[in-house]
Design a protein around this ligand. Structure first.
Ligand code: IPM
Ligand code: MG
Length: 372
């Protein structure tokens, strides 16, 4: 029997290709696992009206961790148009499977390390080493949304929201509401995770990202919780910044930052920015981590225009697999993958198209495997 059970969730688009590449490297490093394929993705939305079927939910309850590729997402109407005829007009609403998975399994930490490896032609500046902790279950992604807005809600909000209620004389179909919900518990645990990481890995500072000067209730709460948590970590410095300002400061002086922690949508934004500084989507790795389950995935999407070409850079997924090994306690194996990846980047002989080369996804994986 294998030591670990891993859900293998390629999804669609280039997800299939990059997961195949990561498996080459995991096998080479000798990771002792049984991989169980899980149905997830656009195909299952079209055929079954659910991109994340119950059988896959069940599978995730019975594994140690999951590797996830990518999934095509489309706006509600476009998604409905692609359903098989018998599912048309049933009012099915497409919701991103990864967002659902994060909430369903309480994968509250989205961990996104962004490290610039030496020799990467895509590095924005040298020696960038940022780690983003993104709250992964609530905030703007709570999923409490209304379009059209029901009458009861409109009446309640008109009564409660003073003095500015732009919707008060509008019919429910003339506006929409998306609720940003930050709980104390949700804020506290992601901030604590960031501080604990900083302590464990000798990081100097945690920067709290928010917009509390304007979005006072939710972001104010997030910042208040950060001040509370900080008291337990006297050895780690803390500062904070508004989301708009930090996008400029990060570009201007990335070396002033270390660990960043942000509510869901702001974390989504800054993690793309930080990934771009270390090479872009081909290098953005991530882990969705809860108390019982970790789901590891590249930050990029399904890149439909590259499907079948085996062209995209698998390093983001290979580094996500490395994160999975670390999380499972197999740090030695994880380190081997990182060392081999570093060596291939530094050598600069094998490069995918984004790095200015013409090697394929699989050639890159093989080159990394060859260094293990
Ligand atoms: C990410 C992605 C997802 C998100 C999409 C695919 C739903 O952008 O993981 O950062 O918004 O969280
Ligand atoms: Mg994103």
């Amino acid at each position: 029997m294998s030591k670990y059970k891993i859900a293998y969730l390629p999804g669609d688009g280039v997800g299939v290709e990059v997961l195949e590449a990561s498996k080459i490297v995991l096998d080479k490093v000798g990771f002792d696992a049984e991989y169980i394929h899980g149905d997830i993705g656009w195909e299952f939305w079209c055929k079954e009206g659910d991109a994340f079927p119950d059988r896959t939910v069940e599978l995730l309850k019975n594994v140690d961790a999951a590797l996830f590729g990518a999934i095509t997402s489309k706006p509600v109407k476009a998604a409905q148009a692609e359903l098989v005829p018998e599912l048309q007009n049933k009012g099915l609403i497409y919701r991103s499977p990864i967002v659902r998975m994060r909430q369903m399994f309480d994968l509250y930490t989205c961990l996104r390390p962004c490290k610039g490896y030496e020799g990467n032609p895509l590095n924005f500046k040298e020696n960038i080493d940022l780690v983003v902790f993104r709250e992964n279950t609530e905030g703007m992604y709570s999923g409490v949304e209304f379009n059209p807005v029901p009458k009861e809600l409109s009446a309640l909000l008109t009564k409660l929201s003073k003095p500015f209620a732009p919707f008060k004389d509008l019919a429910g179909d003339q506006y929409a509401i998306s609720c940003k919900i930050n709980t104390k518990k949700g804020s506290e645990r992601i901030i604590r995770a960031a501080f604990e990481f900083a302590k464990k890995f000798n990081r100097k500072k945690v920067t709290v990202v928010h917009k509390s000067n304007v979005v006072r209730a939710t972001d104010g709460l997030f910042l208040e919780m950060a001040k509370e948590v900080k008291k337990d970590f006297p050895e780690i410095a803390m500062d904070d910044a508004n989301i708009d300002a930090i996008t400029m400061w990060l570009l201007k002086n990335p070396h002033n930052y270390d660990v960043l922690v942000a509510p869901n949508l702001f974390g989504d934004i800054i993690s793309d920015l930080c990934a771009q500084m270390v090479g872009g989507l081909g290098f953005g790795c991530s882990g969705n981590i809860g108390a019982k389950l970790g789901v590891f995935e590249p930050t990029h999407g399904s890149a439909p225009k590259y499907v079948g070409l085996y062209k995209v850079n698998p390093i983001a997924t290979i580094l996500s697999a490395k994160m999975m090994l670390d999380w499972l306690g197999e740090k030695e194996l994880g380190d081997k993958i990182e060392t081999a990846t570093k060596a291939v980047i530094k050598e600069g002989k094998v490069k995918t198209y984004d790095m200015g080369g013409s090697n394929t996804t699989i050639e890159m994986a093989n080159a990394i495997a060859a260094k293990i």
